[in-house]
Design a protein around this ligand. Sequence first.
Ligand SMILES: *[C@@H]1O[C@H](CO)[C@@H](O)[C@H](O)[C@H]1NC(C)=O
Ligand SMILES: *[C@@H]1O[C@H](CO)[C@@H](O)[C@H](O)[C@H]1NC(C)=O
Ligand SMILES: *[C@@H]1O[C@H](CO)[C@@H](O)[C@H](O)[C@H]1NC(C)=O
Ligand SMILES: *[C@@H]1O[C@H](CO)[C@@H](O)[C@H](O)[C@H]1NC(C)=O
Ligand SMILES: *[C@@H]1O[C@H](CO)[C@@H](O)[C@H](O)[C@H]1NC(C)=O
Ligand SMILES: *[C@@H]1O[C@H](CO)[C@@H](O)[C@H](O)[C@H]1NC(C)=O
Ligand SMILES: [Cu+2]
Length: 404
Amino acid sequence: MRFFKILAVAVTSTTAAVKYTPASSSITDSLAAGALSSFEDYVKVQGIYNGTCTMANAAVRRDWDSLTATERKKYIAAVQCISTKKSITPRSICPGCRTRYDDFLATHINQTMTIHGTGNFLAWYVLESRETSIADRFRHRYFTWTYEKALREECGYDDYQPYWNWPKYALDPLDSPLFDGSDASMSGNGVYEYHEPVCIPSTSTPYIKVPQGSGGGCVSSGPFSNFTVRLGPVSPAWSNMSTNPRPDGLGYNPRCLRRDINPWISTGWTKDVDVDFLVTGTSDILSFQNRMQGDFAAGYVGVHDAGHMTINGDPGGDLFASPGDPTFYLHHAQIDRTWWTWQNLDTPSRTFVVAGSTSMINASAPNTTLDDMIDLGFNAPAISLRKAMSTLGGAGGPFCYIYR
Ligand SMILES: *[C@@H]1O[C@H](CO)[C@@H](O)[C@H](O)[C@H]1NC(C)=O
Ligand SMILES: *[C@@H]1O[C@H](CO)[C@@H](O)[C@H](O)[C@H]1NC(C)=O
Ligand SMILES: *[C@@H]1O[C@H](CO)[C@@H](O)[C@H](O)[C@H]1NC(C)=O
Ligand SMILES: *[C@@H]1O[C@H](CO)[C@@H](O)[C@H](O)[C@H]1NC(C)=O
Ligand SMILES: *[C@@H]1O[C@H](CO)[C@@H](O)[C@H](O)[C@H]1NC(C)=O
Ligand SMILES: *[C@@H]1O[C@H](CO)[C@@H](O)[C@H](O)[C@H]1NC(C)=O
Ligand SMILES: [Cu+2]
């Protein structure tokens, strides 16, 4: 009797000790809730956008933090499943592809190249900027949605893509339910392995020096500890990554998943106030995308890069190959949620708007238009940017989802 009592006390105190308290995301969440309600008002007046998508039947993407352990494990199982399904990209085009998971990574690597330059300019781009144009964000809405669709249709996942609500874990990502290494997490940090500081945007212009965190090596805890990365690296975060046999990164290069989860970055730029600064501080799409992009010379890392650099490592810290770390999709769902929030704070004037050049390196390249096409290689047919602007199928687009 006494033994059991002591045991019970011990168990309770252990549980209390590991209980994680998220930081506040109240501004971020109330902005999103406000956006949803103004979106609802707009749809009430406009009626159904197109087809059969309504507010009532739209898919709901939820916060990782609000999923139960069982729901998280279901998502994890679906990601593990898609990582075993046979690749549909021809081997002649992607020699390193083995699985459906790789198909998505191959598309991202390939698209990052085609969109951001070729030949000599590619190397220049990689050195001078870790960033991408806003067209990239738009493409990632379609990219993440297509991945979610594959999880559902090819792996029987019956829920939707969860998002990583950055502010909640910003102060302590390592102990968060996303990265704590438990079997209901997306796996933890890599084992400690020295690497040189990562410079943003580059070692030749080190405006921001990201110090080494406590990881750097192979992820050793949780469901993805045996995860195999095959493609890339193309633009490795630090020097001693194993080299891909092909310059385009699509060769076969099996290796472990490496991370250096970085509280310094997440504390600096992914807090509630950082999201507020982005969403409420910008009223036109160009300012919004520029602020999301960051201003490195001014020492400011936008939420997009900050999320990627919170994961870092291989391939998480590689602009091209970052979707090779499965947390990519949770990060990009939150990028999408942030854009969706910004859009629907003023649905009629902020939905079908794009701005900015299609290239970061070529001043005479044309500006982005709603007629530009986004294609996802072998994963889905190309659609116009216009169709990717509304998450409720406006302009005949394929999406039907909201964020809660
Ligand atoms: C990883 O592989 C090792 C050795 O095969 C095995 O013992 C371990 O259970 C695996 N871990 C996971 C999460 O699958
Ligand atoms: C990188 O360097 C560390 C420290 O020298 C070493 O332990 C590790 O094996 C290296 N990794 C690769 C992939 O070369
Ligand atoms: C820059 O863009 C212009 C207009 O599209 C194009 O004609 C030119 O070839 C591009 N330059 C480079 C170096 O890609
Ligand atoms: C792109 O848009 C900007 C801002 O409206 C404008 O100044 C610039 O001339 C445009 N560039 C091209 C190539 O049309
Ligand atoms: C990369 O893009 C080119 C041009 O669109 C295309 O021909 C090729 O099939 C793509 N490769 C992959 C792996 O999707
Ligand atoms: C509905 O679809 C039609 C045809 O594709 C398009 O012209 C129209 O703009 C769409 N309506 C809305 C509200 O997006
Ligand atoms: Cu990204």
